[in-house]
Design a protein around this ligand. Structure first.
Ligand code: ZN
Length: 286
């Protein structure tokens, strides 16, 4: 049996699968302070015998295996979790090998193996919801960088008519500060779900996301970019973003087929859990 944990800021999803990644049992736990949340995680896994565990965790988190703080959640606004070593807490209670990466890198890996990025070598998975985060697959592997990428905190140009100051507690007007769900809500005084499809909020949202995609494209030239998260449930956004990407690139960079270049996820809410299972399986094959 393999175990997987998708540790998110609002919920933890835990799952068990067989070696072929068929999920046998799973549970969802509301994220509270670390000890009470993890107690429920341990209760779930105590009912199963697993050989290894894959963990995709919200960040920022230290995923450098050489670091003395490996597994430690760092500068999160969720104060109870700041400087909490989730990997150590899990290792102390679940005595199997544990593979750790960020929730978005793990989701990207799942989409690469089982979802929208099959048959590619390089992909980016971006989630746009209460925050913005992204995972990167380079040459068929999760990017092996000193610190995991922070694709939501890149800087983009504000449109001249946008007077909203920005919502990121660290940078104000980074991508997350301008285009994540809470920024949309504060700018327009409406929850994103309640904003009409024809509202010009979405033109601005597409413009900001397109700028980010152009930056990722020019920097990494991936084979495919996958856009997930709650904001992308607004299905009319995707064609608006594609159109803006082509407009900003202005013919400079070759994109053969924009329809296949920017896509929605195929695994939906399961990407994180499936990615964790993939990492758990690889641990046993290493
Ligand atoms: Zn930021």
């Amino acid at each position: 049996m393999l175990g997987s944990i998708e540790a998110g800021g609002t919920k933890f999803v835990c799952a068990i699968s067989d070696f072929n990644l068929n999920i046998i049992d799973h549970t969802t736990i509301d994220t509270d302070e670390p000890n009470s949340t993890l107690k429920k995680v341990f209760d779930f896994f105590s009912n199963h015998t697993i050989k290894s565990l894959g963990l995709g965790c919200f960040g920022p988190i230290d995923i450098n295996i050489q670091s003395p703080n490996y597994g430690c959640i760092t500068s999160t606004p969720k104060l109870a979790w700041r400087n909490f070593n989730i990997l150590k807490a899990l290792s102390d209670n679940i005595s199997v090998p544990i593979a750790l990466n960020t929730d978005v890198n793990v989701a990207a890996y799942a989409e690469y193996h089982k979802g929208a990025a099959i048959n590619t070598n390089n992909c980016i998975y971006l989630t746009i919801g209460t925050g913005i985060g992204g995972g990167i697959i380079i040459n068929k592997k999760i990017i092996d960088s000193r610190h995991h990428p922070e694709l939501g905190h890149i800087f983009i140009q504000k449109r001249e008519d946008d007077h909203y100051i920005g919502n990121c507690p660290y940078h104000k007007h980074c991508l997350e500060g301008l285009a994540a769900g809470p920024a949309i809500e504060k700018r327009w005084n409406m929850k994103p779900i309640a904003i009409p499809d024809t509202h010009n909020a979405w033109e601005l949202e597409a413009y900001y996301l397109a700028q980010a995609i152009v930056n990722y494209t020019l920097t990494l030239s991936p084979d495919i970019i996958i856009l997930g998260g709650g904001i992308m449930h607004k299905s009319f956004l995707l064609p608006m973003i594609k159109s803006q990407v082509l407009s900003i690139l202005n013919g400079y960079f070759p994109i053969d087929n924009i329809e296949q270049y920017i896509v929605l996820p195929k695994l939906g809410d399961k990407a994180g859990i499936i990615g964790g299972l993939l990492l758990a399986k690889e641990l046993l094959q290493a």
